[in-house]
Design a binder for this molecule. Structure first.
Ligand SMILES: *[C@@H]1O[C@H](CO)[C@@H](O)[C@H](O)[C@H]1NC(C)=O
Ligand SMILES: *[C@@H]1O[C@H](CO)[C@@H](O)[C@H](O)[C@H]1NC(C)=O
Ligand SMILES: *[C@@H]1O[C@H](CO)[C@@H](O)[C@H](O)[C@H]1NC(C)=O
Ligand SMILES: *[C@@H]1O[C@H](CO)[C@@H](O)[C@H](O)[C@H]1NC(C)=O
Length: 449
């Protein structure tokens, strides 16, 4: 009995809701604005005729969301999404319609792949409704050019600002720092130049900051260490100089840090182990010219560690064998010397290990199980001092590493190790002693272990 009463009540309330939404109309000036915006953007010329009531359930279209916002009895546009089907696609000469920002209840605006031929800029009209917009994404628009207008700072409710893959240039406006509700800021893949404004450090609620693939120069501001909620930081492919700031040790939620392809150099921050949530540390191609800190081994959650092509010298710290969640380790093309730490063979999740083009020496410490598991994802080539034992050779077709003792030349395509051997190779014949003292030393070291 009570069940059917509930059902009836539910039915009635649903019917009422539907009825009231149907009876709601758009504010006429808001509707006119929307029609003008569609004229500037949409490839569908008959749009106005086919959508006379754009917000009504029967007539609404993918890409628009309307809600009974406000206190009036109207439906208001709260979300617009253009560019990628099923959303409306853009006409060939579409340009950015500043009026779109005067839609009083617009919370989210997405424009992908839209401005392709006619150059246009992101302009923010003075009568923009500044308090509603929470999410602005203009992405992959090759004809969106110009500097990022300082007026962007008037959109003070923004939580997500994505302006990636356009042709924006000039400096990052310092005023962006007044967008204190920002959670995600992505300006990647543009031609932005100048330095990273230290004011960005006041965006205390940021969890994601991506400035990669621009032409930013100068040092990484220490103030970024104040972004204590940051989970993802990508500054790769710029021309940043100097050290990783010591203040980064405060980024205890950081799980993704990419700094590849810059001009960073010098020591890592001493407080590095405090980045205890770091899972991805991607930092290839920097002129670091230092040694690898033992402390890197304390980043227990690391899954990917990429430090190739950066002039690192000295040994691979044996602490790396603590990185039990590591799946990818690339230290290729540095000047690392000494043996491969035997503990690396215990990294049970690793499937990509690239130690190629260094000066590592001694017997490769991996057994058949390990060699078979990694297969071609193990690259040890270009280390003249490394060698494999006979039993390892039967497990793998690894190119570029010789056989200890050099008795079996069938798999070796590059440098042969020298001297005689019974597995743990002793490369210490007289000529080798003179020419390859470090190799000889490490071979002895391996024998003594
Ligand atoms: C390693 O990964 C597993 C599974 O993703 C996770 O449960 C574990 O906590 C991780 N270990 C560390 C030290 O973070
Ligand atoms: C290979 O090495 C791993 C790690 O050291 C070890 O757990 C495994 O038992 C070894 N396998 C064989 C067949 O010796
Ligand atoms: C290892 O790194 C070198 C240098 O960066 C690269 O050329 C090579 O393809 C990599 N090997 C594998 C197996 O990924
Ligand atoms: C050389 O190694 C191959 C396997 O890679 C093996 O079949 C062959 O018997 C070995 N030859 C000698 C002389 O050890």
């Amino acid at each position: 009995m009570s069940f059917s009463l509930q059902t009836i009540l539910l039915f009635l309330s649903l019917a009422c809701t539907t009825f009231s939404v149907h009876s709601m109309t758009m504010d006429s000036s808001e509707k006119e604005t929307l029609f003008r915006v569609m004229e500037t953007l949409s490839s569908d010329r008959n749009w106005k005729a086919s959508h006379p009531e754009p917000c009504n359930p029967g007539s609404s279209w993918p890409g628009i969301e309307c809600k009974p916002a406000g206190r009036d009895n109207h439906l208001h546009v709260t979300r617009l999404d253009f560019g990628n089907p099923p959303n409306p696609t853009c006409k060939k000469d579409a340009t950015f319609p500043p009026e779109i920002l005067t839609l009083p209840f617009l919370q989210s605006l997405f424009i992908f792949n839209c401005f392709k031929t006619t150059k246009t800029t992101l302009s923010i009209p003075s009568k923009a409704h500044k308090l509603a917009l929470q999410q602005l994404t203009l992405k992959s628009n090759p004809a969106l050019v110009g500097v990022i207008t300082p007026l962007i700072s008037s959109l003070t409710s923004l939580q997500v600002l994505t302006l990636s893959q356009n042709h924006l240039f000039g400096k990052i406006p310092e005023g962006i720092s007044s967008l204190t509700s920002l959670i995600h800021l992505d300006l990647s893949y543009n031609s932005l130049s100048g330095s990273i404004p230290s004011q960005l450090g006041s965006l205390r609620t940021l969890t994601g900051l991506d400035l990669s693939y621009n032409s930013l120069s100068g040092p990484i501001p220490a103030s970024l260490g104040h972004l204590s909620l940051l989970q993802k930081l990508d500054l790769s492919s710029n021309s940043l100089t100097g050290r990783i700031p010591d203040s980064f040790e405060s980024l205890s939620f950081l799980s993704f840090l990419a700094l590849s392809n810059n001009k960073l150099s010098g020591q890592f921050p001493r407080g590095l182990p405090k980045l205890r949530n770091l899972q991805y540390f991607i930092m290839d191609d920097n002129p670091m010219f230092t040694s690898l800190p033992f402390q890197l081994g304390r980043l227990a959650k690391l899954q990917e560690l990429r430090l190739a092509n950066s002039g690192y010298s000295g040994p691979i710290p044996w602490s790396f064998s603590w990185l039990t969640n590591l799946t990818t380790l690339s230290l290729a093309n540095n000047k690392l010397s000494g043996p491969i730490p035997a503990g690396l063979s215990e990294l049970s999740r690793i499937y990509h290990l690239n130690l190629s083009r260094n000066s590592l020496g001694g017997v490769v410490p991996f057994n058949g199980t390990f060699l078979r598991r990694l297969g071609r994802n193990l690259d040890l080539s270009g280390n003249p001092g490394l060698c494999l034992t006979g039993s390892q050779v039967t497990e793998t077709a690894m190119l570029g590493v010789g056989i200890c003792g050099g008795a079996n030349k069938s798999v070796s395509t590059m440098q042969q190790p020298f001297g005689r051997s019974n597995g743990a190779s002793l490369h210490c014949s007289l000529p080798n002693l003179l020419l390859f003292t470090p190799i000889c030393f490490w071979s002895l070291y391996q024998l003594l272990l």
